[in-house]
Design a binder for this molecule. Structure first.
Ligand code: ZN
Length: 149
């Protein structure tokens, strides 16, 4: 089996048939651009009780930016914010060519080849930069307490 071809198929599948490609009402809306490539992503996040209840996106751009955004929405939906931040960290490790938690990353590991193309890393990270901004915005009523149960 050729891992490179498998990864390529996963990326193309998400780019050609993006998951969760829609706007969400009553959601955080983060719009980011990657001027070097012309990618534009608007990420929608519904966060409640410390959990990303729903994630969706709209955008235009290259296959890498779209497939990364598509995989992101699938990966974070229904996950606690804490887990989403871990995933974000592992994905950035992967793109820097460092050891990363493949089990946690799942399909996202298909983007590991991007590490060899520094110019494309910005494409892959665009949606994740939006995610970081989104989950760092505390929803009202959460209190911002550092306490953990
Ligand atoms: Zn791009």
């Amino acid at each position: 089996m050729n891992l490179h071809n498998l990864y390529r198929q996963v990326i193309l599948d998400h780019a050609q048939h993006p998951r969760n490609l829609r706007a969400l009402d009553d959601a955080l809306r983060i719009e980011l651009r990657n001027p070097t490539c012309g990618d534009e992503i608007t990420l929608y996040l519904q966060v409640a009780e410390g959990i990303v209840q729903k994630a969706a996106f709209q955008g235009t751009g290259c296959s890498i930016s779209l497939s990364s955004a598509s995989m992101l929405t699938e990966a974070v939906q229904g996950q606690p914010v804490e887990q989403v931040l871990r995933l974000n960290h592992e994905f950035r490790q992967l793109l820097q060519g460092r050891p990363a938690d493949g089990e946690l990353l799942g399909d996202l590991e298909a983007l590991s080849g991007v590490a060899a193309f520094p110019a494309r890393i910005k494409c892959a990270l665009l949606a994740w930069n939006a995610l970081e901004q989104g989950v760092q915005t505390n929803p009202p009523g959460e209190g911002g307490s550092e306490d953990h149960e």
